[in-house]
Design a protein around this ligand. Structure first.
Ligand SMILES: Cc1cc2nc3c(=O)[nH]c(=O)nc-3n(C[C@H](O)[C@H](O)[C@H](O)COP(=O)(O)OP(=O)(O)OC[C@H]3O[C@@H](n4cnc5c(N)ncnc54)[C@H](O)[C@@H]3O)c2cc1C
Length: 335
């Protein structure tokens, strides 16, 4: 595997080294197609390292946590790169570079360093976007003065009372992780129903130290300078009433946004998601299908944001590129 550019234009450029992007790279390296893989983060895995629990809905991941799956994925890619390297085909992996702009007419990508290295421009005969999701942030009144006791990532496990905002997998998994060492855990969710996996909801329901506010939102925070406690103002969504709780820290886990802002000028998006055809080709702003531009994983419009979907998209995109690269559609060794 190479870690520096040896040229500016590559047969295939993949943006995003989560399960979707790595799956594209695995498929292409197996077919001995050279790849440039770019990621804004310092390491591969995308969202996988933030999944602390076994991935029960991923075939092959039943006993494996997201963290382990992320490491396995990286090892699989390094091994594939080594095999391809023996045949003179390389994987170039560029961490710490964020795609800042894409030109759909030239397939040119402008890359911004996330560690103050020099910015770069690269192009791909084919370009694949697999830039995934990021956590949605809240702008609560009083939030700034409560930092760092309000967080999106990190531990925050000291104290008696923890508040978690959200009703999906991330929120409930966070609750389950901290509940054993807390006197009280409080869950606040805007909807009347939780959206997490049934097994996770079942475990949360059994917590003895849990207080739940459904159909409610946090409307303001304030921090006591002496005690460090946060006052959390909670209001029902129908405006029916306001309650206050004291917390030592608060975790915000309120869903995800697609990382596609940099594509807004070049590709057709719907609610921030890339519109694709059945072969996962993207479209330009004039709704013309782009035969050399693909999108896969969480950022695809209408996709079910899961690891299996991302891997499936990745392999399907690889198959399309292989088909287009080798005219008869078969792999070089006739597989
Ligand atoms: C807490 C949690 C629990 C989950 N539990 C499950 C589960 O049980 N089962 C399941 O199937 N799924 C689960 N998921 C969802 C699963 O992790 C995602 O669906 C999957 O990771 C999506 O893969 P992806 O490759 O599309 O995107 P991601 O994994 O998000 O990877 C995208 C990559 O693109 C990079 N990137 C973003 N923007 C840019 C840019 N401009 N330029 C370059 N790189 C960029 C990011 O750094 C990232 O590495 C969970 C997610 C979380 C957070």
């Amino acid at each position: 595997m190479k870690e520096a550019l040896s040229k500016n234009c590559y047969p295939v450029v993949i943006a995003g080294a989560g399960p979707a992007g790595v799956s594209v790279a695995l498929g292409l390296l197996e077919a001995r197609i050279e790849v440039l893989l770019i990621d804004a983060a310092p390491d591969m895995g995308g969202q996988l390292p933030s999944i602390p629990s076994p991935i029960t809905n991923f075939a092959g991941g039943y006993k494996v946590t997201g963290r382990t799956a992320g490491k396995d994925m990286k090892e699989a890619l390094l091994a594939a790169a080594e095999r391809a390297g023996e045949d003179g085909v390389s994987l170039t992996y560029l961490p710490n570079y964020q795609v800042a702009k894409f030109d759909a007419r030239t397939n040119e990508l402008q890359l911004k360093s996330t560690v103050q290295a020099k910015d770069l421009t690269v192009c791909g005969e084919r370009v694949v976007f697999c830039t995934g999701y990021r956590e949605r942030r809240l702008q609560l009144p009083g939030q700034a003065e409560c930092e760092p006791a309000v967080y999106y990532h990190g531990k925050g496990e000291d104290g008696d009372t923890a508040v978690v905002i959200g009703g999906g997998d991330s929120a409930l998994l966070k609750l389950l992780a901290v509940a054993p060492q807390m006197k009280n855990v409080i869950l606040i969710h805007r909807n009347k129903h939780l959206k997490a996996r049934p097994d996770v909801i079942a475990k949360v329901s059994n917590l003895p130290n849990l207080e739940v506010f459904l159909g409610s939102q946090v409307v303001a925070l304030a921090r006591n300078a002496q005690t460090g406690k946060i006052t959390v103002d909670i209001e029902t969504m129908d405006g029916g009433g306001r309650q206050t709780r004291q917390a030592d820290w608060l975790a915000v886990k309120v869903g995800y946004l697609p990382n596609t802002e940099f594509l807004a000028d070049s590709l057709l998006l719907e609610k921030g998601h890339v519109v694709v055809d059945s072969a996962l080709h993207a479209f330009d702003k004039e709704e013309r299908m782009l035969p050399t531009v693909f999108a896969g994983g969480d950022i695809v419009n209408g996709s079910f944001p899961r690891i299996a979907t991302a891997c499936g998209h990745g392999m399907s995109i690889a198959a399309e590129i292989i088909k287009a690269t080798f005219e008869n559609g078969s792999l070089p060794d006739g597989k």
